[in-house]
Write a protein that binds this ligand. Sequence first.
Ligand SMILES: NC(=O)c1ccc[n+]([C@@H]2O[C@H](COP(=O)([O-])OP(=O)(O)OC[C@H]3O[C@@H](n4cnc5c(N)ncnc54)[C@H](O)[C@@H]3O)[C@@H](O)[C@H]2O)c1
Length: 375
Amino acid sequence: MRSKDYVNLGMVGSGMMGRYHSVAYSTIPVMFDTSIRIKKKVIADANEELAREAAERLDFEEWVASWQDLIGRNDVDVVDIVTPNDLHAPIVCAAAAQKKHVICEKPLALNLEQARAMHEAVSRAGVKHCVSFNYQKTPAVLHTKKMIENGKLGRIFHFRGQYLQDTGINPLTPIGWRHQSSRAGSGSLGDTGSHVISLAHFLLGSIREVTAMSETFITRRPVGDSDGEVDVDDAVSFLCQFEKKALGIFEASRFCTGRKNRFSFEINGSEGAVFFDWERSNELLFCNASAATSEQGFTRTVIGPSHPYGGALQRIPGIGMSYVDTVAIMLYEFLQSLFDRGKPHPDFSDGVAVQAVMEAVQRSASNKCWEKVCY
Ligand SMILES: NC(=O)c1ccc[n+]([C@@H]2O[C@H](COP(=O)([O-])OP(=O)(O)OC[C@H]3O[C@@H](n4cnc5c(N)ncnc54)[C@H](O)[C@@H]3O)[C@@H](O)[C@H]2O)c1
């Protein structure tokens, strides 16, 4: 039997993403052909009851209420940060100082300056780092990347990316950390728009300049018997030009009645085009521009065993993969990198680049003019 590569994990945060990451860690030794074994050592949550319950349910050996206690431990190799955005920077910087490898949820930081400081901290410490833009690991997206690299789409003219949800429409939804700039940095821009930007960077390269608009449709929301101010965007749209000259149109909104998780993109090139929508995440539409004109149009490919990671996660053709699988692929690649098998991707340099675009979008929305992205 192959010898095992053990990794001791500490997780900070036991909310929605804490659960998804936990399930993804459990998936890795089961579904991937790997020597990696993850020991879920300790989970931290400021809410003691949640921490206790999460340790039991998610199968961590111990729980603590203070993240400072977690990162100081000798038996933790990797710190996975799944907290609200305002805690990303302090936890990353403290964990890096303790020489822990770090995975941090997106968006990396509240702002560009903070993101750069985080990147500096992990680089100085010489630890491995990953920012959780897990949608990049969707097999259909990885396949699209290969098609672009192999010239299947030719010269790229257009990228059209959207992340549309309806989570903000009910005015009675209480205020939460996602509605406050001090805790989230921005609204739909950082929450879902950051995923679209990261994906565009991955597929098409850097964005040079942007022109944007944003709006907050519901400016006050209930807090107990009173109400509080929403000071982040509910929706943002922007145009951009990529360094390689392609034109981009982006939209992220929490106010799209009828849309649940429509994370979609279309790329139009000289040789072909692709369309993908996360609500149908096991399909990729492709138009081959060299087909006879009478046969041109988008045709449907069902993603399966012959696509990236299909051998591990979709052993039966047509069974489809899930959101958690994208997190598992990302974490698997990160853990492999700890044993010098590949590089973690996306890493904090990608997180900083996305933050730079977000900052240009915010500047443009407030100045009402084109803004260059300052990477
Ligand atoms: N990659 C994705 O697709 C994706 C999707 C949703 C959220 N996210 C990101 O994941 C992160 C967490 O989001 P979520 O939806 O899980 O939030 P959540 O509110 O469900 O969970 C956050 C958890 O952090 C805990 N927490 C708060 N302060 C803490 C502290 N000081 N110490 C320890 N724990 C503390 C809370 O008690 C809660 O359990 C955010 O950065 C968010 O942007 C990413």
